[in-house]
Design a protein around this ligand. Structure first.
Ligand SMILES: [Zn+2]
Ligand SMILES: [Zn+2]
Length: 229
């Protein structure tokens, strides 16, 4: 599979020429995971899977936004802004790929999924935004050739808040995500960068690379980066 990371900027004000666009992962020019920019539709994917309905992953959730791409759009829940949306449950077969939705913890207001994309014997997992994954959902995530996950925060614990009911929302830190995925993946690529990274990219890259271990390589995506799996 060829994976193109279209955008690597999180929901932040800071920008950098190499980290300008919001989330979007294009697989073999056919499947688009997240559509953080309307411009991503120009790649003419055959279907779109959205991790969650925050505007940096689903551009049409911004005020006044709407979408009518004429192709199947799969998302964890319905939105008034798109009448033709399919709700993802379990696995979907498209174009010879098997795409499985894995619930992730991120927000209280919107449902959030990660997507496991399989073709032949290759397995890629993309998380969108994430605090963690419940143990029972983690079971399906073994022997991953590539994990693409977020880097909104570096520090251990990330930024996690709690509401009055004790429900949590926010983002894990890069350090937590390395711990989470090193068990099941040989390569982790970071995207969806936060301000901590954009304000000093050289130091940010060094910090992420310092977490590499013998059993897992870590990479830092830029807008348009491609990976062959
Ligand atoms: Zn996000
Ligand atoms: Zn989000």
């Amino acid at each position: 599979m060829q994976v193109k990371i279209l955008g690597t900027r999180g929901e932040i004000r800071a920008t950098h020429p190499k980290h300008l666009l919001h989330s979007g992962i294009l697989i073999d020019r056919k499947i688009l995971l997240d559509v953080g920019e309307m411009a991503f539709l120009k790649y003419k994917p055959q279907c779109i899977f959205i991790t969650h309905l925050h505007p940096d992953h689903a551009f049409f959730m911004s005020p006044g936004g709407e979408i009518n791409p004429g192709i199947p759009v799969f998302a964890p829940e319905r939105s008034e802004r798109l009448k033709t949306m399919h709700i993802v449950t379990g696995s979907t077969e498209v174009e010879g790929y098997r795409i499985t939705s894995i619930p992730v913890i991120h927000s209280i207001k919107v449902k959030s999924m990660g997507y496991l994309v399989e073709k032949r014997n290759k397995r890629i997992f993309y998380t969108g935004d994430i605090i963690s994954i419940e143990k029972r959902s983690l079971k399906g995530l073994t022997k991953l050739d590539l994990v693409i996950t977020e880097a909104s925060f570096f520090r251990r614990g990330g930024l996690i808040r709690k509401n009055k009911q004790g429900e949590i929302f926010g983002h894990a830190g890069v350090q937590d995500l390395v711990n989470l995925f090193a068990k099941c993946a040989t390569k982790i690529v970071f995207t969806h960068f936060g301000t901590w990274f954009l304000k000093d990219i050289t130091s940010g890259r060094r910090k992420i690379k310092s977490l590499a271990r013998n059993d897992v390589t870590l990479d830092i995506a830029i807008d348009g980066a491609t990976y062959k799996i």
